[in-house]
Ligand binder design. Structure first.
Ligand code: MLT
Length: 410
């Protein structure tokens, strides 16, 4: 009988969001009259913008005619999209990139997971705590860890607590680590990193020959002009960092699927025998073997985000979500809750009242307010006693959810 990859058996329960979905479905089935408002998973609610939609439709029409039909595209993505992103999204930051340094994909979740293919299992890997669960679980799946302890920490991973004391910004690990995941603006805490703080990590990585995996999926939600959108705004970062970006939240592509990875040509790792090797070459090799590119209409739709009209519309939707974030943040603060995030990020990270556990607060909000959020402990042990609300709901629901919570907590 074929043997399975039993690293998967080390994982606790189900993946966080399906588990929440399961509980919410059970509640809704038992309470069919309850009007449940979902601010749990960060899933967008606003439709694609007109300019993006038109580009999407036009590209589908291209596929209907022999002379404009497209078959396999380049595995790394079409130049029309790569060039648009470099020109419109990186150049204004003062970041110069070559087209060969960008890899378009079908989303950032897959990229964050797939990147592990090109790193040796005996690397020491550091992740935040709390953290986007994909970083943790994919390291378990690939076999980098032992079992989890009673708190939920897996043996073999280095956890960097992000808590109120350190302003939700990780301290450098005591031991030397080879690969470090950083996510700013942060999911789940909504914390952001200043340029000085990112420089600290770049200096750490350069000094320790480590590689930073920088998840910038939420960069479009930064409102403070002093906050960096890309780790490459820090000098030296091209020698030590891979960056991930996503169209999911930026342009409403959670269902459409498009993301990108930057692997600078200057970035090197070492082989098992100690020679330097280009990480860009390795990723290209991986992608050309295991991936056939995001679809042509999706990439056309993504490119339309960077047209003048497309960006104006996209920015208006981002502003809409950030207004939701303000309503949640201010409403819940007024209700006496301690609230973080939601200023340069679409997530609000709140402290559960009266020392409740995250899951108890989840149950209370679900059953008493019919509002769904995400228990902080689902993102890691240091998330215990916290709770995440997403700003991606529609406005009426957001206002109603805040009112229900305020009334309940009175
Ligand atoms: C979240 O709610 O944390 C995100 O939507 C998950 C994701 O982007 O995969």
């Amino acid at each position: 009988m074929a043997q399975i990859n039993d690293n998967y058996l080390k994982l606790k329960a189900g993946y966080l969001f399906p588990e929440i979905g399961r509980r919410v479905r059970a509640f809704a089935a038992a309470n069919p009259d309850a009007k449940v408002i979902r601010l749990g998973i960060g899933d967008v609610t606003q439709p694609l913008t007109p300019t993006v939609l038109k580009a999407f439709h036009d590209a589908v029409d291209d596929l209907a005619k022999a002379d404009t039909f497209m078959g396999y595209g380049p595995e790394q993505g079409y130049d029309f999209l790569i060039d648009a992103i470099i020109e419109k999204s990186y150049k204004p930051l003062g970041v110069e990139l070559k087209t060969t340094e960008m890899f378009i994909s079908d989303g950032s979740k897959c990229d964050c997971a797939n990147i592990l293919d090109i790193f040796a299992l005996d690397n020491t890997v550091a992740i935040g705590d709390p953290v986007y669960p994909v970083y943790n679980d994919t390291n378990v799946m690939i076999g980098r860890t032992g079992e989890a302890d009673e708190k939920g920490y897996y043996k073999g991973l280095v956890y960097m607590p992000c808590n109120e004391e350190n302003g939700f910004f990780p301290a450098y690990p005591k031991e030397k680590v080879d690969v470090i995941y950083l996510c700013f603006p942060n999911n789940p805490t909504g914390a952001v990193a200043t340029k000085e703080q990112l420089k600290g990590w770049v200096d750490y990585a350069l000094a320790n020959n480590s590689i930073i995996l920088f998840d910038a999926a939420y960069e479009a939600f930064i409102t403070d002009p002093a906050i960096p959108h890309s780790i490459y705004e820090v000098e030296g970062a091209k020698k030590c960092a891979i960056e991930f970006r996503s169209f999911s939240k930026t342009a409403g592509f959670t269902g459409v699927r498009c993301g990108l990875v930057i692997v600078p040509e200057e970035l090197e790792g070492t082989t098992s025998t100690g020679e330097k090797y280009s990480v860009n070459k390795l990723w290209l090799r991986r992608q050309t073997t295991k991936f056939n590119g995001a679809s042509y209409p999706v990439q056309k739709a993504a490119a339309a985000v960077y047209t003048d009209e497309g960006w104006k519309e996209t920015k208006a939707v981002i502003d809409y979500y950030m207004e939701n974030a303000r309503i949640i943040r201010e409403g819940l603060s007024a209700a006496g809750l301690t609230v973080y995030g939601g200023v340069n990020a679409p997530y609000i990270w709140l402290k559960t009242p009266a020392g409740m556990t995250s899951w108890d607060f989840f149950d209370k909000l679900l059953t008493e307010c019919n509002v769904v959020g995400t228990p902080g402990s689902g993102f890691g042990p240091s998330g215990e006693g916290f709770f995440r609300l997403s700003a991606f709901g529609n406005r009426d629901n957001v206002i109603e959810a805040v009112e229900r919570i305020k009334k309940n907590l009175k």
